[in-house]
Design a protein around this ligand. Sequence first.
Ligand SMILES: [Zn+2]
Length: 373
Amino acid sequence: MKQSLRLGRVAGVPVGVHWSVLVIAVLIGVSLGSVVLPEAVPGRPAALYAVTAAVTAVLFLGSLLAHELAHALVARWRGLEVRSITLWLLGGVAELEDEAPTPRHELETAAAGPLTSLACAVLSFAAAVLLPGPDLAVAALTWLALMNALLGVFNLLPGAPLDGGRVLHALVWRATRSRAKADRAAAIGGQTLGWALIAFGVVEIFVLSWTGGLWMLLIGWFLVGAARSELVAATARHGLGGVPVREVMTAPPEVAPAWLTVAAFAARTALHSHQTAFVVIDFEGRPIGYVSLDALAALPPGFRGTTRISDLARPVPPENVVGPDEEASILLTKRPLPGQVVAFVADGGHVVGLVTAADLGRMLRQAMLRQAA
Ligand SMILES: [Zn+2]
């Protein structure tokens, strides 16, 4: 999840928001100010509704942040690195550097978020009951309590990628001592929940109102997709355990000398190669960039005799360079470059291999085959 706006650091963890949070904040503010609060406490000045709604929306985002911070702080307390926290349309994401090492770590980290939401609900409700404040503040606090209770309960539903899915994962992991079984249980839970929400949404659209039903459909659809991709990623990660990049890469790679013309390079290499991209090297054999088969083919024929490979070479982003002995699972986190190159494999300043999207696809299927055995 890309952070569009950095808010700063809390306990050393970078905290940011995605642009979609602005949308949700405005939606919440408008619905509170124009519908929820005027219905609960009628007959107040419009400006008072607006101010109360704005403050409540900010408090709600604060409670979302508290939920994610709880995940992050418990994870860190247990020695797991937390990469970042980002708030977005459907709540928040606390990105952890690695998977939990034990079921207990996972259980504590996962449960911390929803428990914090439930605590926020109890606090808001207590404040609404105890404070002898104006009715508008009481209505806002009651709404805050309800939303946090909903957030806590929804996130505890037992299916990946919800927090409850992680709780289920930890429990099955502890009971069976098998991560693979826990992965499957959490994924099946997530897909079942997703389809249940979709069915519920369809019924709601026909029986009640279509807007509420549409939300259910969207969230259900999101859950089904996310649960499926989590299962694929988890299976790959575990099936790839201990497999180094060198076993996956295409090696030795054919290279493109920078000084050749496109026509010469096509005749010499590109027309006979199985590669979809080539590392461009200088006279000393040092890599200075890469060129994709797409870029070569896109050059009009009239220019191929005069354009040199160096003119088409693009720089290789440092994040797409890996070492041959790194774990192959790291390749799953790379964004492919043009020419379907996932990574260049470098060893001591020399390019020793190339990993393409096709290599990655083969590797994933092999990982699943290894798991099934
Ligand atoms: Zn959570």
